[in-house]
Design a protein around this ligand. Sequence first.
Ligand code: G16
Ligand code: MG
Length: 222
Amino acid sequence: QLKGAVFDLDGVITDTARFHSQAWKQIADKVGDGWDEELADALKGIDRMASLDLILKHGGKQHDFTPAEKTALATEKNTRYLQLVDTLTPADILPGIQDFLDALRAGGYKLALASASKNAPRVLKNLGLTDYFPHIVDPATLTHGKPDPEIFVKAAESIDLAPEACIGIEDAAAGVQGINAAGELSIGIGDAEELHEACIVFPSTAELTLPNIKAAMEKGDV
Ligand code: G16
Ligand code: MG
């Protein structure tokens, strides 16, 4: 019996990946590092300092900066990122998500947010979705990032549910792995091949509805 839903933010509720990419690319350019789409994809769901480490490693520059310099680069990225985040409005909620949230709420499901982003409350506020998510896992409390199940386990705990009673929704393969390891029902949004580990995959958030989830479960996909 499903009683709750655990949401990833970036790529599920709204597309902040383009802002992360834009802000990180400025840092990569500044340190004379290369940038490509593969690197941008690899940063999805990865926390801020781990993202910087990946970017520096990509350009072979992982040993060129002191911890203090790295903190300054991450802060600079975040300042730029927040300028971009503050352009978000409710029009930037991904297709179908507002209706899905309303349907879940009407159905008595509990909602929790499992985002690696320390800026998640600000993003939700700009989208007008703060009231839907009284339970947001604070990424500062985590010892391990995705694909570790920790964030998804804590999200279920925050809404007093067993993981088995929750669906988890993710657009990143690492996130899907975390949801599976937490014991939740994983729903992937995006490419079926890339997200082949998910119990159910929908090509986009537009297909993310309770009837579609129930149909997939009855079909025995799950
Ligand atoms: C998001 C993004 C990542 C980003 C991370 C941390 O994760 O996908 O690219 O690095 O948050 O963000 P911040 O620097 O704002 O703390 P998620 O879990 O929402 O997909
Ligand atoms: Mg995501």
